[in-house]
Design a protein around this ligand. Structure first.
Ligand code: NDP
Length: 295
């Protein structure tokens, strides 16, 4: 029978271990790790994400610093704030919530973050380290996916993994992480030919596309493990104000074939914040010259 992978439970487990690590860190260093989150503008989804991140940070026993800036903030003003956070000894992690307003160059801001505090793992130095197999702060969503896969499958060595999507925040780091685990990795994108055939050959499918229910049940090799990163809102049904949230995988069909599969919501989503807390704890240890706990 297909197993529904419970991302909520896995995330709670990581968060509990992070909270234990925070308590030990506080005993040793005399302060809690600190995470600064910067929000520019009032995008409703970003506002919710930033609120949840602040709450989770406090629940883990860390210090939370939230900076809300107006939509018309200039690039210079944002860079000055990043500089201040880089210099602030109480801040171990800095996250600038994306997307940023049009007048701000995202890459310039991400590259201004001290790589040692880059808990989103988007700085080019961390991306490069991941690519060449050095220890790095790794983007939270793909790291969360890897955690679920290892929980499920243990050793990933020799497995054929198909990653659908090649963005810098999900697809590419996901592929690097799987490669580092000795999986044989195929990366698919919008120009890939015969995606269903590639999927049918994969022991692991990670879908990070942003297209509702694109991956069909008959694409899935029997027994494969399916990780659905996509978050898509369907148009509302009649009489409803909000549409249903679905992933990039047609869940019911795929669940009939897969060995294990993540639902949307309740799969990958909760892992992202858990891994952000984990990265902050690791950054805090590294900044203090301590060995980071294995989580
Ligand atoms: P992007 O839009 O940056 O990338 C999408 C990728 O999908 C691109 O590489 C694109 O190819 C590829 N693609 C588009 N259409 C097809 C197609 N028909 N066949 C194959 N590949 C295709 O998205 P993100 O990586 O940022 O996010 C992907 C999804 O994950 C979204 O639904 C997003 O909401 C969700 N997400 C969820 C998170 C969570 O916490 N659960 C966190 C981050 C993202 P090409 O490069 O050729 O254009």
């Amino acid at each position: 029978m297909t197993k529904r992978i419970d991302g909520k439970a896995a995330a709670l487990d990581v968060r509990r271990k992070v909270a234990e690590g925070v308590a030990l860190f506080r005993d040793r260093i005399g302060r809690a790790p600190g995470l600064a989150v910067v929000l520019v503008g009032d995008d409703p989804a970003s506002t919710v994400y930033v609120g949840s991140k602040g709450k989770a940070t406090l629940e883990a026993g860390m210090e939370s610093f939230t900076h809300r800036l107006p939509t018309e903030t200039t690039q210079d003003e944002l860079l000055q704030l990043v500089e201040r956070l880089n210099d602030d000894p109480k801040v171990d992690g800095i996250l600038v919530q994306l997307p940023l307003p049009d007048q701000i160059d995202e890459d310039a801001v991400l590259d201004a973050i001290d790589p040692a505090k880059d808990v989103d793992g988007f700085h080019i130095l961390n991306a490069g380290k991941l690519a060449v197999g050095q220890q790095a702060l790794v983007p939270c969503t793909p790291y969360g996916c890897l955690h679920l896969l290892k929980n499920e499958l243990g050793d990933l060595s020799g497995k054929h993994a198909l990653v659908i999507g090649r963005s810098n925040i999900v697809g590419k780091p996901m592929a690097q992480l799987l490669l580092a685990e000795n999986a044989t990795v195929t990366i698919a994108h919008s120009r890939t030919r015969d995606l269903p055939a590639l999927a049918r050959d994969a022991d692991i499918v990670v879908a990070a596309v942003g297209r509702a229910e694109m991956v069909k049940g008959d694409w899935i090799k029997p027994g494969a493990t399916v990780i659905d990163v996509g978050i898509n809102r369907l148009p509302p049904e009649e009489g409803k104000t909000k549409g249903k949230l679905v992933g990039d995988v047609a869940y019911d069909e795929a669940a009939d074939k897969a060995g294990a599969i993540t639902p949307v919501p309740g799969g990958v989503g909760p892992m992202t914040i858990a891994m952000l807390l984990r990265n902050t704890l690791i950054a805090a240890h590294q900044r203090e010259g301590l060995e980071a706990p294995a989580l």
